[in-house]
Design a protein around this ligand. Sequence first.
Ligand code: GTP
Ligand code: SPV
Ligand code: MN
Length: 599
Amino acid sequence: MNAAVDLFKTDSQGSRLEALNAWVAEVAALTQPDRIHWCDGSDTENAALVRQMQADGSLLPLNADTHPNSWLHRSSPSDVARVEHLTFVCTPQQEDAGPNNHWMAPAEAHAKMDALFAGCMRGRTLYVVPYCMGPIDSPLARCGVEITDSPYVVANMRIMTRMGAAALARIEREGEAGGAFVKGLHSIGELDPDRRFIMHFPGELTIKSYGSGYGGNALLGKKCHALRIASHQARSEGWLAEHMLIVGIENPQGETHYIAAAFPSACGKTNLAMLIPPEGYRQAGWKVWTIGDDICWMRPGADGRLYAINPEAGFFGVAPGTSQKSNPNALASIGRDTIFTNVAVTEDNQPWWEGLDKRTPKRDWQGRSFDPVNGPAAHPNSRFTVSARQCPSYSPRAEDPQGVPISAIVFGGRRASLVPLVFEARDWTHGVLVGAAMGSETTAAATGAVGVMRRDPMAMKPFCGYNFADYFAHWLSFDQAGAKLPKIFHVNWFRKGDDGQFLWPGFGDNLRVLEWMIKRVKGQAEAVETPIGYLPDADTLNLQDLSLSDEARVKLFWFDQEGWRAEFDGIGQFLAEFGARTPQALKDEQRRIAALLAG
Ligand code: GTP
Ligand code: SPV
Ligand code: MN
C-alpha cells in the first residue's frame, strides 16, 4: 500500500490497484481526514453509518410501524437543489464546452478547487466509494470511485449505484488491463453557497464537487458521471448517455416494446417509468415494466437497433405530487428502507408532502412547526432515495447486461401553450431537430426562477458535458447504413386550458399516447401529416372512458400554424447561437420546416 495512506488510520487494506491507492493517498494528503474508510457496501457497514448519522442528528428515524427502516434527512436550507450557475465543464478549449456550459480553464479550476479542498476533511472521515453504473457484468456499464466526507452521500450512493466490493473488483480488473475509472472528489465543505462549485474535467475523467450535500451536486455517480462525463465518453466511443427514463410496455399479446423518454428535471420521467395502465387497459392485459427513471445509456447492437441500460440502481425521486392516485408504484416502493430528504412529517412521524393526501403535517421540511405562511410543508424539490428492486413494476430485464432494444424515443417538456399532446418526427434527422428544439418551463429541481420557458435540448441543457453543436452532430451520426433506429416522438402532458388547468389528465392515461406510438412503430395507426410532423387523428388515439372537455379535444390535437411559425423563428435563433459548429443538416431541416410553415 502507498506510504502516504499509512499516515492515516485506515480500516482496510485499500485496493490492489496502485492507481487508485495513489489517488486516495494524494487526496488524503490534501484534505487531511482523521480516518479513511474503504466502503464495501455491506449491510453491516450501512447499519454502522446509519447509527452514526442517527447519533449526530443527520438522519431522523421515521415511524417504524408505517415506514420500517426509513429516515428523514433535513439538508441545509440553502442546499436544496442542483446549482447550474456553479456547475462547470473544464475543457482545454472553451469552444469544446460550448455556449451550453459554464467553462473554466482546467488549471484554474484545479487550483480553485484544491484550495477549497485543502485541509477540509480535518476531524472527518474520508470515505472511498467504489461504484459501478449499470449491471456489474454489463459491457455497457462504467465504473467510478467517489471520495466523500459525507456519510449521507455514502448511504445514498449505496442505493443509487452498485456500490462496494463487486464494483471495486471490476475497477481492479479493468485497471490492471489498462482501463480507467472516473475519479470523483466530493466534500460538503462548510455547505456555504459562496464556497460551492461542481467542476467536471471530461478529458481527465475527473469530477471535483465542493460545498453541497444535495442530489446531483453530491451523488457524483448520477448527473456528474452518468451524464456530463459519460456523454463525453459516449461521443468518442459511439454511444449515447441521456437524461431519459426507460419503460417497457407489454401488450395483451405479450409483446414488449421499450421506450426511452427525455423530459427535463421534474417533468414526469419517474411517473411515466412507473405508470399504472388505466382500468380498461389493465383488464385487457396491458402491463408496464420499469427499467429506469432518469438516465439511459444506449448503443447500437449487432442487429442495428439501439440497446439501452439504466446505469442506476435506485430512484432519487421528486416527493411532492407522488400519491396513491398519481404514482402507486412509487408509493409502494417507498414504504420501507427509504431515505427521505426535505419532506415534512405528520403528527405520528410519517413522511408527508403536498399532493400525498389530505392530512395536515406537523413539521415542515426545516423542522419548524407547520405554518402555511412559511410556504409548502415539503420542499418542492424534496426527494426519496430507494432501491429500484423495491418497485413492484421493476423489470427483470433491467439487470440484463446486454440492455433492452429501444422501439421509440420520446422528447417532451412543460409547455402551457402551442405544443400538441403528441407528434411524430418524419425521420431521424427531423427527430434530432425535435430534440434539439425542445423547450420547457423551469422547475424547482434546480435553483433559480421557476416557470420560465427555456430551450432544453434533449433535456440535457444542464447535463451535456460538451458543446451542444457537437452533441447534435453525434446524434445525427447514428443514422448510418444498416441502422434500425427507433422512431422519434414529442409529447406535452402540460398543455393548459383558458382556465389555467391542465387539459390532459396525464399519469396513467399517458399510456394511451404510448399505445399510439407503438402502433405507429408497427405501421398500424393513421396520422395526419403537418409541417411539424405526424399528428394522430382524433379517432386513432384511444380516448375511451376519458371525460375530456371540448377545449381539450381541440387544443390537444391542434396544429397551430401561426404559433409554430414564431416557434420556428425562435428555434432558428437558438441553433444560430452555436455558430458554425451547428451541423448543416440540422440547419437545413429547420429551414425546410420554416419554409413549409411560411407557405
Ligand atoms: P427528475 O427526477 O428531477 O429528473 O424529475 P422527473 O422527470 O422524474 O419528474 P417526476 O416524474 O418526478 O414528476 C415531477 C412532477 O411532475 C411531479 O409533481 C408530478 O406529479 C408531475 N407530473 C408527472 N407526470 C405528470 C403528468 O402526466 N401530468 C401532470 N399534469 N403532471 C405530471
Ligand atoms: C434532476 O434534477 O434531473 C434530478 C435530481 O434527477 S438531481 O439528482 O439533483 O439531479
Ligand atoms: Mn433527472
